[in-house]
Design a protein around this ligand. Sequence first.
Ligand SMILES: Nc1ncnc2c1ncn2[C@@H]1O[C@H](COP(=O)(O)OP(=O)(O)O)[C@@H](O)[C@H]1O
Ligand SMILES: [Mg+2]
Length: 228
Amino acid sequence: MIEMQDLWKTYKNGSDALRGINVKIDRNEFVYIVGPSGAGKSSFMKLIYREERPTKGHIFVNGFNLEKLKQRKIPYLRRVIGVIFQDFRLLPRLTVYENIAFAMEVIEAPKRQIRKRTLEVLEQVRLKDKADSLPSQLSGGEQQRVAIARAIVNSPAVIVADEPTGNLDPETSWGIMKLMEEINFRGTTIVMATHNRDIVNTMRKRVIAIEKGQIVRDEARGEYGYED
Ligand SMILES: Nc1ncnc2c1ncn2[C@@H]1O[C@H](COP(=O)(O)OP(=O)(O)O)[C@@H](O)[C@H]1O
Ligand SMILES: [Mg+2]
């Protein structure tokens, strides 16, 4: 599903974000990426959805060899990846329904299918009654559920979530995690960077710990395991 071979990322200013990452993530896994601030977690995620390109090494995502992927083919990669951010990143002038439908419009899905599928995912994230609200009229947890609906609406093979509960209170965070787990049960691979110790230690999954750009620990059903 995802494979990185001796992957390096050095930014233009010389900062070495990733230094020789080797990892394989299989279809249908749920993986937490943990590590201190500046460890390279976001860079790890950005290389997966091709927001950034590696300086060296190889990366494969759902059959795409990202080194060889031409600029004009990036939309095909983005169709199989759903991305979720800490700060939601919804379009403020579009309603909840429109925010989700928009993700299908950009891939030119048929109109009838857009309506059917958008309503389906609204139901899945339990926000049907908010379809016509604007993001600013929703709580943080609701906004993140819209972002999740948008991320899954095109049925991606993998969800990449960069600290999705980082701006949410504990109770709301658990609701988001239940949804993530449900999505994983339905067959989507999940890669999630997080600082949430309680979640990692309670909802046990594979844990990959990154420090200073290197993988220092990789455990099935692991623990958070370091002091913030
Ligand atoms: N766009 C960028 N330009 C230059 N340096 C960056 C950029 N993004 C991240 N870095 C640096 O790369 C390192 C890893 O950052 P990041 O991947 O954001 O880590 P994390 O998500 O674990 O906090 C840090 O030293 C950070 O300052
Ligand atoms: Mg980060």
